[in-house]
Ligand binder design. Sequence first.
Ligand code: MOS
Length: 759
Amino acid sequence: MTDLIPELRTPSAPEGTGRVKSGMHVSRVDGIAKVTGAARYAAEHEAPALAYGVVVSGTVAKGRIKNIDAGAAEAVPGVIAVITHENRTVKMRGNDLAYKDMTAPAGSPFRPLYSDRIFYSGQPVALVVAETFEAARYAAALVKLSYEVEEHDTDMLASLDRAYEPRKMKAGFVPPSSKGDADTAYEAAPVKIESQFYHGAEHHNPMEMFASTVVLGEDGHLTVYDKNQSSQNCRWYVSHVFGLSKDKLTVRNPYVGGAFGSGLRPQYQLPLAVMAALQLKRSVRVVLTRQQMFSFGHRPETWQQVKLAANPDGQLQAIVHNAVHETSRLEDYVEVVVNWSGQMYACDNIKLGYKLVGQDRYSPIDMRAPGAAHGVHALEVAMDEMAHALKMDPLAFRLKNYAEVNPLDGKPYSTKELRQCYQKGAERFGWQDRPLEPRSMRDGEELVGWGMATGMWDALVMVARVSAVLHADGRLVVSSAASDIGTGTYTVMSMIAAEAMGLSLEKVSFQLGDSTLPMAPIEGGSSHVATVGSGVAGACEKLQKALLKMAQAMPDSIFKKLQLRQVEFNDGRIHLRGEPAKGVGLAEVLAHAGKDRVEEKFLMTPQMLKQRKYTRAVHSAVFCEVRVNEKLGIVRVTRVVNAVAAGRIISAKTAESQIIGGVVWGISQALHEETYTDHRLGRFMNHNFSEYHVAVNADIHDIQVIFADEDDRVVSKQLGAKGVGEIGLVGVSAAVANAIFHATGKRLRSTPMSPDKLL
Ligand code: MOS
């Protein structure tokens, strides 16, 4: 399983791209495929006699389905079946475990079309399958349901008194801990603030709709093109739900049009499409609508309280941070929210609390920088409030409390170039010219304000397998069942392999997005470069060792007894280090060994013992300028500088794009995004782009990204890299809020900071 899978159309760089190095700005190797339409997304794969499924969504938040009248739908010409929990013939397993994908939180996962139970509004209640998409869509509108309605509760703020501690933390998350006596220190301190924060629910809204195309092979094999962040996670889930063996099922996600966490778990169109294909013995495609994409996981609605105490000189004396967010009745979705508050500033007294409220909604799901997006917002706005109370510059206040070691457990950081971020960011932004007092700067109709915030995110590493194959014709094919959700995986992995093997980028293909490839983790938590990338480097090193050994076996070899560090690989040759003329072509090496290809496999595992001694994180400093029209309440974010310390940066262009994207989203979160619930209906109401507002081009102005010099060999021995996916978002909305305060003197503690809140 190491040669190119043709259906994947694995992209490589255009001819003439040449040699690359870590830190270079290289255009995406999949860029041309994407802009020419050659890249196929989940709903774009063809199959003979393809049938089309359209989901019917429920309209009540809690209860039971009393009756389903599908008569009118079934009478529509072209309709093949209306599948419901009553008439499905495909057996679905009955135990919770079968429905637990690799990222499932504690609890009992939702099972689509399993029974008459209704757990949330928008729940899938039927699948209409027809010969054409149009017939299926029309017929879906004709399916009539009646319900036995039970009383629902979707109002988190009214239910804070029944918040409970989560039953179990998700893997990788730790429960909040405390240190010292924060309550006593808070009471005794001379300067203190206390603030409450509220964030509404937010939805991911990637460009690509969730979709699954199930292609039924003649041998009964199912190949599923699905939108997700891990083909292997989805293959595992479908196998367990339907009792299908691994060799009967392949899941592919070679191209993903954004996901941001929404694809970490299998979404319900996947089991529904597979169910229809099995029941009807046909290939089936199911695509969700934009509205239906508001009927699964979201960033949870969150309430927070932050209390800070300090001495008049600005030394923090106490940090208290409590958070409560919603989850479903089915599962304890956790994102901890408060944990970063114990790791960001030196303080002897820290108290963190975290609780959940069960609601009649679907389980929330990770959404870019889950937990930190809201938690760090609250802490960083509170830090700004404290700086103001102390009459200190907000940056000087943060530097005064700079954490040299993790305040909670005293562990050193594996690397932490946050000071560099503060310095470089402040310099680029011109922070030293900032007047201390709010309402000091005006430009025509607009008040101008400058705010800043610190960002922090975890530096995660997981386990992955990578295979590297060098062909006699000079091509290098590297494979792992990784994903590229638009973040640049194809590009960065190709760069790592090309640099390691001394090849032009166009000679390298990185194959991902297929459940049959070597095991890779879910693309989430900004961990792919440190995990799969380190694996690519490891596999290439093994390949070099194998090639050196083969070269040493040649007659009169000049490489005899040499170590790997004494040779170099360049443009398809192996030669003595620094002496390009003294060497041999790799084609010749392979020919002598009688091989047309040589393959090496590498198992990448985190350096657990070493890692345990350190706190591993990425850091950032965000500086932001806003212009506020007080008469209209309109905020424009005219300038952002985001300085990020995330280990060695391998693919500078796609890394910078990730940070820019994070800043755009942070602005969007600060000013626009919230999904509103009508509690009478228990239903998200603004489920399309005309009402769920996201930042558009007109909202985005100057964004500058700086990467600090950092090299983290604890997180990644091979590359020194950490990850840049999520950190770009963290702290941005807080910097905007703090800039709004500096402009107007008005402190906003909920997002979005919409015009009504500023008037
Ligand atoms: Mo991201 S929320 O780790 O996909």
